[in-house]
Write a protein that binds this ligand. Structure first.
Ligand SMILES: O=C(O)[C@H](O)[C@H](O)COP(=O)(O)O
Ligand SMILES: [Mg+2]
Length: 314
């Protein structure tokens, strides 16, 4: 069974527990041609891969499964991720990575298509966002600009109010996971939103699983701007279906033969279920715990779950 509140799909026998059951694991894998893999909390925790990840990925490739790595972590570009995969010994090509920073850049460049010069993006986030915007030819400012990594000075209030510190070509404010937030960066973001800029986010995950624990996520680093502006951003990562359409457009797969593998119910599993995928697999090495989906009346329930991704080796 997999479900989102009010929408129940398949037999109501609850999610299948696969760990240790080789027959069930092989039968589950055989149902799918394509696996969409979340990254943080599934493949690794920060820079620490979970056990047997390279072997599991190689096993699925040997079964001719197509693999797409779908992460909400916007701090890295697809090129950065290909390097990380390589460094961790996980076979993967840049083409197989689809991150929320890429999703946002594609949405801005190919869907919004704002006319220059008033098409610049003010970024609250890290270099992954900037790299993907640059790859799509979208101009940007803010982000990793070292001039913004400083204290807010008294004269900054006046210069933001009179517009002399603002870029008149900014038409979009885009937030992502930001490891360098500052009052100045929020004040500039607020000023652009008050001027009518579109408010977008790569993702709004509340927490980031890393080093075996949880840290503030992208949603936490953009929250001050949400509170100050009273506006909610359009999120272009999971569980948003704009990302699913973009992935399907790029990889052309049959949704019924695809499985979403993730550690987070409100992003990964919801993404797979609302996307009408054939199945969802929850991995218990990250954010969500089995108590959150076992038992009656649970809002988001995966098709199956394992303790760790390496359990798929049986
Ligand atoms: O705060 C964040 O951005 C998220 O915690 C992080 O992006 C999650 O990445 P994912 O699990 O989708 O790879
Ligand atoms: Mg995750």
């Amino acid at each position: 069974m997999q479900a989102v509140a009010g929408l129940v799909i398949g037999a109501s026998s609850g999610p299948q527990y696969l760990t240790g059951d080789k027959t069930a694991i092989d039968a589950f894998i055989a149902k799918f041609d394509v696996f969409l893999f979340d990254c943080d909390g599934v493949l690794w925790s920060g820079d620490h891969p979970f056990p047997l990840i390279p072997e599991t990925i190689a096993h699925l490739r040997a079964l001719s499964k197509r693999l797409i790595f779908v992460t909400n972590n916007s701090t890295k570009s697809r090129a950065d991720y290909a390097k990380k995969f390589h460094a961790l010994g996980i076979p993967c090509s840049e083409e197989e990575v689809f991150g929320s920073s890429y999703s946002a850049a594609v949405y801005i460049a190919r869907i919004m298509r704002l006319e220059p010069p008033k098409n610049r993006v003010y970024v609250l986030g890290e270099s992954g966002v900037e790299q993907e915007l640059a790859a799509e030819g979208v101009p940007f400012c803010g982000g990793t600009d070292p001039l913004l990594r400083r204290e807010m000075l008294p004269e900054d209030f006046k210069r933001i109010a009179d517009g002399s510190l603002l870029d008149d070509d900014v038409a979009i404010v885009l937030t992502g996971l930001d490891y360098h937030p500052s009052y100045l960066k929020y004040a500039l973001g607020m000023a652009y939103l008050r001027r009518g800029a579109h408010f977008l986010a790569t993702n709004t995950d509340s927490t980031l699983p890393s080093a075996g624990t949880l840290f503030p996520g992208a949603g936490a680093t953009s929250a001050p701007l949400v509170t100050a502006s009273g506006k909610q951003p359009l999120a272009l990562g999971k569980p948003g279906q704009a990302m699913m359409e973009a992935i399907e457009g790029k990889f052309a797969f049959e949704r019924g033969r695809a499985c979403m593998v993730g550690d987070r119910l409100d992003t990964d599993i919801r993404f797979g279920i609302e996307g009408g995928l054939g199945g969802t697999l929850c991995v218990l090495t990250g954010v969500s715990k089995k108590e959150e989906f076992l038992g009656k009346g649970k809002a988001v329930v995966p098709s199956a779950y394992v303790d760790s991704l390496g359990d798929l080796l049986g």
